[in-house]
Design a protein around this ligand. Structure first.
Ligand code: R5P
Length: 322
């Protein structure tokens, strides 16, 4: 029987990493002082995924860490197949740790004969054998209800707030939601920072006419921080930054949880009025992101590590956000 904390963890907790973000998994492993369990993820010639967990997991509390980021479908299949391997290897409990939960934007029917893919993905994860899910800033909180297993949906505020305070301590500050759907997230941050709140209302009056951005709230003479869950093409943030500067904002930055940054997004951000884009490492940074002087990545490893520890020890996670 191990006596040290690290020893007892090692004996009963198994941390396993998928291929999507090995750096984050290593940082979580180092936070918990629990080594990553060896896991062999291979492709057959036709690109089918094969997963082999190289250590005994029978009776263990297993945490498989995988963001379903680009290439989303490959990483999702890795996650599902790894959960299946853990279940067939008799793990006592399997937690799917999904720092970035892809497919979350498809959370409702957007027209006739369209899917609700976020629900389908939730069903797949449950059917594969996950007992619970640990994730971060879901695009819509209601996605938790797509699962009939417990979902812990962490928020990145404990990581963003100290960073903002350090960089904006003496400036009049306004937190801005770039669309109506993100008001909840922006309000939460504004409250914690004791800052003003503004909202951008995007409207396309007629098909084929470009979008009008109405800024609701007073941003004149203030430093504005746009807050969002996802930056993908960068269009939402860059257009919002232009609108805020037009309304008198002295400077505009953005704090976004998941840096999807596909296509020419890094260039778009670089050439925009945004002074800075701060993202978390829920998705591994590409070389372009690393080279960009405007993009800074801050780590959520300790937040996810602490939540993992609390799940393992059956302790409260909500206490982390008080
Ligand atoms: C939308 O509801 C999301 O919260 C983001 O605002 C959106 O996904 C950002 O996309 P993009 O960077 O492509 O404008």
């Amino acid at each position: 029987m191990a006596t040290s904390m690290a020893g007892s963890y090692t004996h009963t907790m198994k941390l396993i990493s998928g291929n999507s973000n090995r750096g984050l998994s290593e940082a979580i492993s180092s936070y918990l002082d629990v080594p990553l369990t060896q896991c062999n993820i291979k492709r057959f010639n036709d690109m089918e995924v094969f997963v082999e967990i190289m250590e005994n997991v029978r009776g263990k509390d297993a945490f498989f860490i995988q963001s379903t980021s680009y290439p989303a479908n490959d990483h999702l299949m890795e996650l599902l197949i790894a959960i299946d391997a853990l279940r067939r290897g008799s793990a006592r409990r399997i937690t799917a740790v999904i720092p970035y939960f892809g497919y979350a934007r498809q959370d409702r029917k957007t027209g006739g004969r369209t899917p609700i893919s976020a629900k389908l993905v939730s069903n797949l994860i449950t059917a594969a054998g996950a007992d619970r899910v640990l994730t971060l800033d879901l695009h819509a909180g209601q996605i938790q209800g797509f699962f009939d297993i417990p979902v812990d949906n962490l928020i990145s505020a404990p990581v963003f707030v100290p960073h903002i305070k350090k960089n904006y301590d003496d400036k009049p500050l306004c937190i801005v939601s770039p669309d109506v759907g993100g008001v909840f997230r922006a309000r939460l941050l504004a409250k914690r920072l004791n800052a003003d709140l503004a909202i951008i209302d995007k409207r396309r009056e007629d098909a084929g006419v470009s979008e009008v951005m109405n800024v609701i709230g007073d941003v004149d003479g203030k430093s504005c921080i746009l807050v969002d869950d996802i930056v993908d093409s960068g269009g939402t943030l860059c257009n919002a930054a232009v609108a805020l500067r037009e309304q008198g904002a002295t400077d505009v930055a953005a704090y976004v949880v998941h840096g999807v940054l596909s296509g020419a997004a890094v260039d778009r951000v670089t050439n925009s009025p945004l002074e800075k884009l701060v993202i978390t490492d829920s998705i591994a940074a590409t070389e372009d992101m690393k080279k960009s002087k405007k993009i800074e990545q801050i780590s959520i490893a300790s937040l996810i590590g602490e939540a993992t520890r609390r799940i393992f020890e059956e302790r409260s996670i909500s206490e982390l956000f008080k």
